[in-house]
Write a new protein. Structure first.
Length: 475
């Protein structure tokens, strides 16, 4: 019997494991525009995007250090790494379903049979047993294989989500850092203007004592100085909030960051000749786009998993063990028992429920496709917005710098004229307020212009390489 059984089972296995139901996923490539709608600014070039390690192009050692700290200590990144480990484990669970399941067992009981049952043995007896039970599902219709495909695509999607978390994190760290330096520069400029306005207060007092100016000039000068001084605490408040946000992104407490940031007022300058490529490039460069495509692949395989439930499931079951009424005889060859044979299960009367389940998975697949297309649309939109922001802020910054130069010349001339008595103090106040406002606006614009370049790098895909994630290293 055994000699005829094994070849039959082998033939059954090879013959059944050849059919895979459900749709076979094919990589979907959404259409994108042939070119960007926004004209490129002077420091932006066509060509393959050069976005790898983009933060190093700002030539700021402190920024480089902050990125490295965030890479190692940011909590969102650590959570994303753990999700990769989880996805890998789920893939392992799915893959293990292809192998036979083997369970060991052992039992003892003391039993007496009923005297009312013919041929039974009413005398109490001991029963000993131990053995192995095995069951192997022959993946005839490919439900298990579709499940493995889905789990594998989910692992890849989770890896891309981790990558996207890095892209977002690095840009957020860089933008907060630029905001911090911008606020430091605005505070420095405000203090410089306060010194100049303090000198104007002294001039008005000297002229009043000399009988050349009224008390109103002194009062107006002091009021202007106090208004300017009131801006410092407001800027310092924003500086502290930005430092706290930056510390959070780095996975640290705020007090641990002050010495690293220092008191520099140099706002990082964006690099020259940034290549932005074409809209089609973001399909390969942006991890959120790649993640959406992998999620679509994973969901498509789930349709096959649900479809396989319509068909019978085939198993090869086996038992190998020992059974005896005496513990002394349990391990004798005469106590062995075994069985081996195929079986199947078929959910015949659940057809409509199973078909509705297939429709659920098909709808989820269409949703995943729409989400993928939406992600591509958003990616193109973000790049277009960044390009427009850079272009408009470039012109704004240029005009503000011109305004600052003119305002500085005006203040110098008007103050001299006031000293000589050929200009009223209201002209001095207006000039000082103008230079204060224009210098502050120009500094803000410089920071915004740099931040827009960072947003462009982020929109183009961030240019980071995903680290290998393993069970022993989740960083």
């Amino acid at each position: 019997m055994e000699k005829h059984l094994y070849p039959s089972l082998l033939a059954l296995t090879l013959g059944l494991a050849s059919c895979t139901v459900g749709p076979t996923y094919e990589v979907t490539v959404p259409t994108t525009p042939d070119y960007w709608n926004t004209n490129l600014q002077t420091d932006l070039k066509k060509g393959t995007p050069n976005i790898e390690g983009w933060w190093r192009k700002f030539n700021d050692p402190t920024l480089d250090k902050l990125i490295e700290i965030a890479k190692e200590e940011n909590k969102d990144l650590e959570i994303a790494a753990e999700r990769i480990i989880e996805a890998q484990a789920r893939f392992g669970v799915a893959y293990a379903s292809l192998a036979p399941g083997v369970a060991g067992s052992g039992a003892y009981d003391y039993a007496r049979s009923s005297e009312s049952i013919p041929f039974s043995t009413p005398n109490p007896s001991d029963n000993y047993g131990t053995g192995l039970d095995a069951s192997w599902e022959v993946d005839f219709f490919g439900g298990l294989r579709r499940s493995i495909q889905s789990a594998g695509a989910s692992v890849e999607a989770t890896g891309e989500i981790y990558h996207d978390t890095m892209v977002i994190l690095y840009s957020d760290v860089a933008i907060r850092y630029v905001e911090y330096r911008t606020l430091q520069k605005r505070i420095q400029l405000a203090k410089g203007n306060i010194v100049s306005q303090g000198q104007s207060v002294g001039i008005t007092k000297d002229r009043k004592e000399a009988g050349l100016a009224p008390q109103t000039d002194v009062s107006q000068a002091q009021a202007n100085l106090s208004t300017s001084k009131a801006l410092i605490p407001q800027l310092q408040l924003q500086l502290a909030a930005t430092r706290n946000q930056l510390a959070f992104l780095l996975g640290r407490y705020p007090g641990n960051l002050q010495s690293l940031l220092g008191s520099s007022t140099n706002i990082p300058k964006p690099p020259k000749n940034i290549r932005v490529g074409l809209p089609a490039d973001i399909l390969r460069a942006r991890p959120d786009v790649r993640a959406a495509e992998r999620q679509l692949a994973a969901q498509t395989a789930q349709v096959g998993v649900a479809t396989a439930e319509l068909y019978p499931k085939f198993y090869i079951n086996g038992t190998l063990g020992l059974s005896s009424q005496s513990s002394a005889d349990l391990f004798d060859s005469s106590s062995r028992i075994y069985s081996l044979g195929p079986s199947f299960q078929w959910r015949i009367f659940e057809g409509d429920r199973l078909r509705q389940g297939i429709k659920v998975e098909e709808s989820k697949t269409r949703q995943a496709l729409l989400s993928y297309e939406k992600t591509v649309l958003n990616a193109v939109s973000e790049v277009e917005t960044s390009l427009s922001n850079i272009s408009f802020e470039y012109n704004r910054r240029s005009h503000l710098n011109d305004s600052v130069r003119s305002a500085r010349e005006t203040v110098s001339l008007i103050v001299e004229n006031y000293k000589e008595g050929v200009a009223d103090f209201q002209s001095v106040l207006d000039a000082e307020r103008t230079i204060f406002t224009q210098e502050d606006a120009a500094a803000s614009s410089e920071g915004i212009y740099t931040a827009y370049h960072i947003q462009l790098y982020r929109a183009l895909g961030g240019g980071t390489q995903m680290r290998n994630i393993s069970q022993n290293q989740a960083k």
